[in-house]
Design a protein around this ligand. Structure first.
Ligand code: HXC
Length: 257
C-alpha cells in the first residue's frame, strides 16, 4: 500500500494518514494521489473523524511528484491525465487537515503540506519548490500558496532558485505553525488535532471555510461570508451546549449538531 490509514486508539476523533513509499522518499505518483483523494473523501464523510493528520516518515514527508513517472510525458499527456482534479478534491476536504512534516517537503510535497490547513514540522524538515532545476515550475499551487504564506520576495527566490527553506526559517516566515524535535513532531500534530477535535465540528467547519475565504476574496466579501457563517453557528445545538457549559462552569460536550 502506498498509503496507510490509522485510527489511533488514544485519539478517537483523529485519523492519521501516512504516505508510504519510503524508498522513493514518498514521491507522489498518480496512484498514491488517487489513494489519498479517496481516503480523505471517506474520512470527510465519517462522523467519528473530526480532524485528519497527514504525515510521511522521518526522512521525507514527500520529495515531490514522481519525476520518473512524469519524465516521458508530453504537455497533452499531462493535460489529459488532469492530476490537478485530484488535488482540487483534496483541497475541498472540509475537516481540518494537519501536515506533520519531517525531512523533505519538496515540490509537490511542499504543495501538499501547504494544501493542509496547518503544518507541524520537525527540526529536520526542509521545504522547497525545486521544480525550476528540472526545467519546469510548480503546478499544484506552489507559486500561489507559498507567496501568500511567506511573501513575494522569499517565495520568488525559492521558486526561481529551488533553494530550500529549513524548518526554523519556515516557522519565522509563517509557513509552519510550530517546529519541534524530530521525535515529537507526530505527537505534536496529533495533540493539535485532538485539541481541534474537542471543539464543535460544526463551528470548526464554518470557521475553516471562513478563514479560507480570506484568500479568495476582498475584505468586504470576506466579512460578509464570515457574518453568514457566524449566524449559522447559532443554529447548532453545539452553540447552546458551548454557552450553557460556560455558564455552568463545566467542560462542553459537542455533538456536531
Ligand atoms: C521520483 C524520487 C524523487 C522524486 C527522490 N526520489 N525524489 N523519485 N520522484 N521526486 C528517489 C531517488 O530517485 C532515489 O531512488 C530515492 O528516491 C532516494 O533519493 P536520493 O536522491 O538518492 O536521496 P538523497 O541523495 O538523500 O537526495 C534527496 C533529495 C533528492 C534532495 C530529496 O532525492 C531530490 O532532489 N529529489 C527530487 C526533488 C524534486 O525535484 N522534487 C520536485 C519534483 S517535481 P533510486 O531508486 O534512484 O535510488 C514536482 C512537481 C509537482 O513535484 C507538480 C504537481 C504535482
Amino acid at each position: 500500500m502506498d498509503l496507510i490509514l490509522v485510527r489511533p486508539h488514544f485519539h478517537p476523533h483523529v485519523a492519521l494518514v501516512q504516505l508510504n513509499r519510503p524508498k522513493e522518499l514518498n514521491a507522489l505518483n498518480l496512484q498514491l494521489m488517487a489513494q489519498l483523494r479517496e481516503t480523505l473523501k471517506q474520512l470527510d464523510a465519517d462522523e467519528e473523524v473530526r480532524a485528519i493528520v497527514i504525515t510521511g516518515n522521518e526522512r521525507a514527508f514527500a520529495a515531490g511528484a514522481d519525476i520518473k513517472e512524469m519524465a516521458g510525458k508530453s504537455a497533452i499527456d499531462m493535460f489529459l491525465i488532469d492530476q490537478f482534479a485530484t488535488w482540487d478534491q483534496i483541497r475541498k476536504t472540509r475537516k481540518p487537515l494537519i501536515a506533520a512534516v519531517s525531512g523533505f517537503a519538496l515540490g509537490g510535497g511542499c504543495e501538499l503540506a501547504m494544501t493542509c490547513d496547518m503544518i507541524i514540522a520537525s527540526e529536520t524538515a526542509v521545504f522547497g519548490q525545486p521544480e525550476i532545476k528540472l526545467g519546469i515550475m510548480p503546478g499544484a499551487g506552489g507559486t500561489q500558496r507559498l507567496t501568500r504564506a511567506i511573501g513575494k520576495a522569499k517565495a520568488m527566490e525559492m521558486v526561481l532558485t529551488g533553494k530550500h527553506l529549513p524548518a526554523l526559517e519556515a516557522e519565522r516566515y509563517g509557513l509552519v505553525n510550530k517546529v519541534v524535535p524530530v521525535d515529537l513532531y507526530l505527537d505534536e500534530a496529533m495533540r493539535l488535532a485532538d485539541e481541534i477535535a474537542a471543539m464543535s465540528p460544526v463551528a470548526v467547519r464554518l470557521a475553516k471555510e471562513s478563514v479560507n475565504r480570506a484568500f479568495e476574496t476582498d475584505l468586504d466579501e470576506g466579512l460578509h461570508f464570515e457574518r453568514k457563517n457566524f449566524y449559522l453557528s447559532f443554529a447548532s445545538e453545539d452553540q447552546q451546549e458551548g454557552m450553557q457549559a460556560f455558564i455552568e462552569k463545566r467542560p462542553p460536550h459537542f455533538q456536531g449538531k
